[in-house]
Design a protein around this ligand. Sequence first.
Ligand SMILES: [Ca+2]
Ligand SMILES: [Ca+2]
Length: 248
Amino acid sequence: MKLFAIVSLALVIGACGNPQQRQNQRQADNYKFDTGIKPLDVSYTSETDPILKDTNIQIKVDNKVVDLTVNEQTGLKSLDGHGIVLSDDEKKAISQFAMEYANKQNLNERSSNDQKMVFSALDYLSQMPKDHAVTTRTYNDLNLANEGITCIRKGTVVTAQWNTRYSGYVAENIVVGTNWPNGYGCMGRCGSDCGWGAPSAWTKDCMDHDACSYRNKASGGASDPNCGDEFNEAADDWIGGVWRGCRG
Ligand SMILES: [Ca+2]
Ligand SMILES: [Ca+2]
């Protein structure tokens, strides 16, 4: 009888603790990118807390590290690049890794949010403006410049707004989804050009960034000092826009 009581108590304690549910879910993968000079290692780890619904993603290229925290309900919470600047080869390596990852995971609309976030984070970093330093930013506070995640729909007219080194405010009315030349197809889509079919987000901050970087490149301006801030403000859109339902 006493033994039965002890066994029962142990079962009850075991059920309450339920280590299966509380354990963080970890994923990781890596890739070697051949630059022709020395190979670059790219990797990611992600760890999801099933209670808080927070996922910490760490992306490494060579010895450079970017940390992101994403919440299943609120989207991108923070992005910390520890002040790194990515070279063209490093961005190419991250872009290749994003493709490898998407192929391996068979990324599609029905993929998990975690998988979409890892892919979008890699895709975002691969499009970093030249000489742009990735610093620490949080995405909980919205202001006039960072409009959070505002969905836009293909075929509608949106007023893109941005600033440059010389001009405090520039605005232009643009039809969402219109194709501009030199890699600017699908205006308003988060990501370069029209992508290749992976789920994409279409948002206001991504339109602002597209328009800023197209107009500045077209006029010979550098992308970072003019559009680095628009790029920062589009991070939450790029990474969380798909699961917010901003499908264009
Ligand atoms: Ca935003
Ligand atoms: Ca700007």
